[in-house]
Design a protein around this ligand. Structure first.
Ligand SMILES: [Zn+2]
Length: 499
């Protein structure tokens, strides 16, 4: 008997979606997993006979589907938990200075618990704002990556690239000039803590790519952070690296109306059209947010074959807007779903994020179009996968793909009653909660089973986080909290008249 082989039993299996977006669901079939891949899917009776010696997991009450992909994620313990209240994005950058520091290993595991327990098997981790020199940023990156490996989660990691405008949509010098002279040194010190040049930041991409090349769970991709954060020179350099390496790119763009206005002032055109000039737009690119893309922008993204990552709860919490999903859907643009920093319940519940996207885009009018349950599930699986370097290797259940499988308990989902004349996918998107997550398999390994993580003790880790954060604020944390209060009025004032 080989522990790395298993036969997964389920009542029904969602294999994925066909070219027209229709769900492919089979019944009475089982999944044979060998090592980290799906080796065969076929009639349960046939596979039971064929793989007699292989242990069976799962059960007749379960619904098997591809693991979910959270395609846009930054942090573990949420900014709100750490002292930063929700504000419109531009003000939130200043508010976030109040956030306390959490050691990267604990921080990463914290949100990994939340994601995996809601069915997420792959995360697109975008690390922003790591201060320090190259060695210390690399050390932090590797601690985050090691935490994902430890819990057994698949992660596409990127270090967000930026070389300017660290606090407002204007230069750091102009930002300093907004403050009374006595407060400038504190902000200057903060700016100076981010000292890496674009070439050093790209060196991090190169080093990590090499270090993790042999690990199935980890991929490294490029994340030019946003137009305002990057000079033309940086956009040019990043585009060259993307072309040379064929790396996937995830870029925040047009998240708020202020970003649309920034693009107009800097370039005289839309941010998307502008980055297209640098050769960044293409099938390798996913736009994070894209709330303020115009119809012309949507056409251009479709023409270039790019993806959108819809960050529904974040768009609402930071007052960014809604994004018109129907315009992207009508152009067949692949849409991934990302929880971003924190969902509606200030946690990383992917099932709830799917439900939010499913519900928010139901526009008035008897014949108005809205995303179907199948479209939402495709966003959270196949299209999320397509926005990462794991594209084509995950996101569906079929022979040869990595065995990333979510098993939902249909009994718990339906208890005390659910009429199954309603299509199953509608029931899953509308009603599946964490308690219905029976098992999560990643890379062929059971990492979560009936409420328990198999590789890391959740209770111990949570105690440790509680202990670390119960200590008094450090002098540095206090200093940055004060700085946040000092700069907030100036930041607010800077944007007056922009929208
Ligand atoms: Zn983001």
């Amino acid at each position: 008997m080989n522990d790395s082989q298993k036969l997964i039993i389920a009542k029904k299996i969602l294999l994925g979606f066909d070219g027209l977006g229709r769900a492919e669901i089979v019944e009475g079939q089982a999944i044979f997993v060998k090592n980290n891949k799906i080796n065969e899917i076929g009639p349960t009776s046939v596979l039971r006979q064929k793989y007699k010696e292989i242990p069976e997991i799962g059960g007749e009450n379960l619904f098997a589907m591809p693991g979910l992909v959270n395609a846009h994620h930054h942090l573990g313990v949420t900014p709100f938990q750490l002292g930063a209240q929700d504000h419109p994005l531009e003000l939130w950058f200043a508010e976030r200075l109040k956030m306390r520091n959490v050691p990267p290993t604990l921080d990463t595991l914290y949100s990994a618990f939340e994601m995996i327990s809601s069915g997420v098997t792959t995360v697109q981790h975008l690390q922003s704002r790591a201060p320090g020199n190259l060695a210390s940023v690399l050390d932090q990156s590797n601690k985050i990556i090691a935490a994902y490996k430890k819990i057994g989660m698949r992660a596409s990691y990127s270090f967000a690239l930026r070389d300017q405008n660290r606090m407002i949509y204007d230069s750091d010098e102009n930002c300093l000039a907004l403050l009374p002279p006595k407060h400038r040194p504190a902000l200057k010190k903060y700016f100076e803590s981010f000292s890496l040049s674009i070439s050093e930041q790209l060196e991090i991409f190169n080093i990590l790519t090499e270090q993790h090349a042999k690990n199935n769970l980890i991929e490294i991709q490029l994340a030019p952070s946003n137009l305002h954060w990057l000079s033309d020179k940086a956009l040019e350099t990043i585009s060259k690296v993307a072309i040379d390496t064929g790396a996937k790119i995830h870029m925040h763009l047009l998240e708020t109306p202020y970003q649309a206005e920034y693009a107009r002032r800097r370039t005289g055109q839309s941010a998307l059209k502008y980055i297209d000039k640098f050769g960044l737009l293409g099938p390798q690119l996913t736009i994070g947010h894209g709330v303020w893309m115009t119809e012309d922008d949507v056409d251009l993204l479709a023409e270039r074959g790019g993806c959108l990552c819809h960050n529904c709860s974040s768009n609402l919490r930071l007052k960014s807007g809604k994004a018109d999903l129907s315009s992207f859907l009508s152009k067949n643009i692949p849409i991934a779903l990302g929880i971003d920093e924190a969902g509606i319940n200030d946690d990383r519940d992917m099932l709830q994020e799917m439900r939010l996207a499913y519900t928010l885009h139901r526009r008035p009018g008897h014949s108005s179009l809205n995303p179907s349950a199948a479209e939402i599930l495709r966003m959270a699986t196949e299209h999320g996968a397509a926005s990462t370097p794991f594209s084509g290797k995950i996101g569906r259940l079929e022979k040869g793909l990595f065995a990333d499988i979510l098993l939902l308990d249909l009994h718990s989902l339906a208890f005390p009653y659910q009429d199954f004349d309603i299509p199953l996918l509608d029931i899953i998107v509308r009603r599946a909660k964490r308690k219905s997550v029976d098992m999560v398999i990643i890379d062929g390994n059971v990492v979560f089973n009936k409420g328990k993580f198999t590789r890391v003790d959740e209770d111990t880790l949570l105690e440790e986080i509680s202990k670390v954060l119960s200590r008094a604020k450090t002098p540095e944390e206090v200093e940055l909290r004060e700085l946040s209060e000092i700069i907030m009025p100036a930041v607010k004032n800077f944007y007056s008249g922009w929208y």
